[in-house]
Design a protein around this ligand. Structure first.
Ligand SMILES: Cc1cc2nc3c(=O)[nH]c(=O)nc-3n(C[C@H](O)[C@H](O)[C@H](O)COP(=O)(O)OP(=O)(O)OC[C@H]3O[C@@H](n4cnc5c(N)ncnc54)[C@H](O)[C@@H]3O)c2cc1C
Length: 444
């Protein structure tokens, strides 16, 4: 009997795990169970809509999904439609590849005001993620603060300031394009607690900020050090030098005709969202950075803005039956092993770090561990899953169904764009002639 393995989540880590299992064992069956009708996790819902080439890896994942040994069950939420324990009873091994979809809270006074959004919600909204379709952020402001010094912060700033023509070949969700392109946004502040040397932007993404049609990057040259102090590898030093050189280029740039600005504000920590119930600004404290660590100087200043997006990291919701690690916000694990027959990969294992390809190693590790730990199958696998889902009248989406949704999105694409995304589950299900899924209590 082939081993029956369930993978929860059809993002990169889930697909890399499935591919590794198929490579390492002729004899296994892998079922991928995904909350949304659409696969690919953050490749669809996180990666910036104007970075289409990054999304190309999904074509490799589609091949994995179409392997005869793989089953795809989209629109099935583990913890809502079926419990983790029920899956474990039906599969020899279960791999949690559910990512880290929640924003880490900003946790400063005023951060619950209207106009403060987490990046998971905000990025999900402009990428057409159904959970955030109705976020309706109020963009009627001339200034936005984006808190964080990684690529997510740069992505958000760029999407807010690019012109409709610059976004024409993207898959920015239609509702978001309408709102963003009408917004009177002129200034976006990218705020980092530490300095330019410690910032986590990759150079390609940073450089893009200098090549926008109507927007100019603004950097205070006084914030750029002349040398990079501290111990680090040559590789790390070269990466930081590159970013510094790019930022110096921005600082030296003469004023042009661009009427939008993205300001890089380093060594500054937000301590309060101002304005009472509605954002009117951010109070900041100036930081001093020593050996990569930031210390408050006591000096404060304010940035007036009507919207705040915090891009300061992600964590996982509690999944009943999987032990949570409170400090890191992921599933507690020992290099991916959680307990007998239960494994974790990707952001749910490591937290939000690395690029898409970083998840490959997790997939390989989990596949090897599973094949080492379990040699005999005694479970029903997909047959048991389908019978439970049918009994509960859960509407699941097969990979062939997804290909129909995909084709419908591509057929509806505006000129130059790769697709016009559906952002409501009911519209996705309508394409394949399925009724809207019922929200079912797993016990029901
Ligand atoms: C805004 C943003 C932009 C990024 N841009 C880039 C980039 O340009 N280049 C790059 O290389 N990397 C980028 N990354 C990083 C990359 O997306 C991640 O490394 C990768 O997606 C993590 O994969 P994962 O499978 O662990 O999680 P995810 O991609 O989050 O996939 C998890 C999947 O699990 C599903 N799921 C969650 N809970 C359940 C449940 N209870 N039941 C069933 N299914 C569930 C989710 O719907 C999702 O499909 C970006 C990340 C973000 C947040």
């Amino acid at each position: 009997m082939p081993l029956q393995i369930a993978v929860i989540g059809a993002g990169p880590s889930g697909f890399y795990t499935a591919a590794s299992l198929l490579r390492e064992s002729e004899e296994c069956r892998v079922d991928i169970i995904e909350a949304l009708p659409t696969p690919y996790g953050l490749i669809r819902g996180g990666v910036a809509p104007d970075h289409q080439s990054t999304k190309g890896v999904s074509r490799v994942f589609a091949k994995t999904a179409q392997d005869r040994r793989v089953g795809y069950y989209g629109n099935v939420v583990v913890g809502r439609d079926i419990t983790l324990d029920e899956l474990r009873a039906r599969y020899d091994a279960v791999v949690i590849a559910a990512g880290a979809p929640l924003d880490r809270p900003l946790g400063i006074p005023g951060s619950d005001a209207a106009g403060v959004y987490g990046s998971a919600a905000f990025v999900g909204w402009y990428n057409g993620h159904p959970d955030f379709r109705d976020l309706n952020p109020d963009l009627n402001t001339s200034a936005v603060a984006v808190i964080g010094n990684g690529n997510v912060a740069v992505d958000i700033a760029r999407v807010l300031v690019k012109t409709p023509a610059e976004m024409a070949d993207s898959d920015l969700a239609e509702h978001a394009a309408a709102a963003i392109h009408q917004a009177p946004i002129k200034d976006v502040y990218i705020i980092g607690r530490r300095g330019p040397v410690e910032a986590k932007f990759t150079n390609k993404e940073l450089k893009e900020m200098g090549a926008l049609k109507e927007c100019v990057p603004v950097v205070d040259p006084a914030q750029l050090p002349t040398v990079i102090d501290g111990e680090m590898s040559d590789h790390e030093r070269a990466l930081r030098e590159k970013n510094l050189a790019t930022l110096r280029g921005f600082a030296d740039r003469p004023a042009g005709n661009e009427h939008k600005r993205v300001h890089f504000v380093f060594c500054s920590k937000p301590v309060e969202v101002l304005g009472g119930g509605q954002v009117k600004g951010l109070r900041m404290v100036r930081m001093r950075v020593e050996a990569g660590r930031a210390f408050e100087t006591g000096e404060t200043f304010e940035i007036p803005c009507g919207m705040v997006v915090s891009a300061i990291g992600y964590c996982m919701p509690q999944l009943a039956g999987a032990p949570g690690d409170e400090t890191s916000g992921v599933v507690a694990n020992d290099d991916g092993r959680v307990s007998d027959g239960l494994y974790v990969v990707g952001w749910a294992k490591r937290g939000p770090s690395g690029v898409i390809g970083t998840n490959k190693k997790d997939g390989r590790t989990a596949a090897r561990q599973i094949l080492q730990d379990i040699s005999e199958s005694g479970r029903t696998g997909g047959q048991g899953l389908r019978s439970l889902l049918s009994k509960r009248k859960v509407v699941w989406v097969s990979f062939e169904h997804w290909l129909q949704i995909d084709a419908a999105e591509e057929a509806a694409a505006p000129p130059g764009a790769p697709r016009r995304k559906f952002s409501r589950i009911k519209d996705m299900l309508a394409v394949i002639g399925k009724p809207t899924a019922k929200l079912l209590n797993p016990a029901g």
